[in-house]
Design a protein around this ligand. Sequence first.
Ligand code: PLP
Length: 362
Amino acid sequence: MNTLTLHLSHLDHNYNCIREKINSNTQLVGVVKAEGYGSSSVHFARRLVDLGVDYLAVAYTEEGQELRNQGITIPIMVFYPLENSLEALIDSCLEPCLYSQTILEGFKKILLQKKITQYPIHIKYNTGLNRLGFHPNQSDWVIHQMENNCFQLESVYSHLAASEAERPSLLCNKQITLFEGIRTKHSTASSPSPKFHLLNSSGVFNYPECQYDMVRCGIALHGFANHPEWDIQLKPVSVLESIVTQIHTVKKGDFVGYDHGWNAPQDTQIATLPLGHADGIGRHFGHHQGSVIIHGQMAPIVGNVCMDLLMVDVGSVRCKEGDRVVFFNPSHTASSFAKQGNSISYELLTGLGSRIKRVVRA
Ligand SMILES: *Cc1c(COP(=O)(O)O)cnc(C)c1O
């Protein structure tokens, strides 16, 4: 009934598009956290491996374990490991991004206990997003820690807070300046020098001169780069479709949905669809915010979105029970549908529930 179809040939296109924007010796990290942005992390990751991606990245250790269990063997970065997952991370040969004194010391203690040396790690600095990361003025301490042979420092990175914002961005410029300082310190302190990286998807389009040695792309692989000019260079990978479960005729003045959600201003027809907020189509799409496509025509979502179902006004659309409904596709994209509900492609895609069947098209 509800299907999210992944067009992997569009992933190929997006991958090649990113590759064309970066230097041939810049490494590409394919970010497949959150089930590969709600798609199917394993299918997505396998295709990226076939395409020649240099690294994969996930947010949490358990996501990396899942990829290892599925037979993925290339290096995997874990962006935000928690201390209680570090042993499991080592057992799965995952590479942690260390972002604080606490996590670095915790990891070092485990390596010493296990008598492991030269374990590959990444260091994350907070240059202005103020989320996770070492403060730039901790760099001397970090560099000193790297003298210990527990660690093999693979890369040093930071993350821009507004990489899609129109240039010049004071915040991004400040972050770039701070990162340059960190880079100078780290590259003079160790030989060979670690790799450096700063850019996510939008960054690749907006700050190609700051690509350093690696870039980390997630959403662009799915066909979005957070700006219309960049989005048109990419192809949306996923299509969300459903079907009409039932059609009702309602009279002017009738209410539709919970809590008197909608009061029909005229006689019309209502189609009920088998998707609701439990599937990731949140209540913010209700009350005429979101619209779906039936036989090429737009039908607005009326009233409150329910847990398992939602209703659309099909008064001006000829349709019948069992007909196909499109929530998003390459023309009414996940990004534009998300915008209707005051959301973004990231939130919409990653929130799609497990009741929606994932179908992979080569
Ligand atoms: C999720 C994430 C990315 C990928 O960002 P996109 O905007 O999807 O390309 C890159 N770096 C870090 C640290 C992330 O957490």
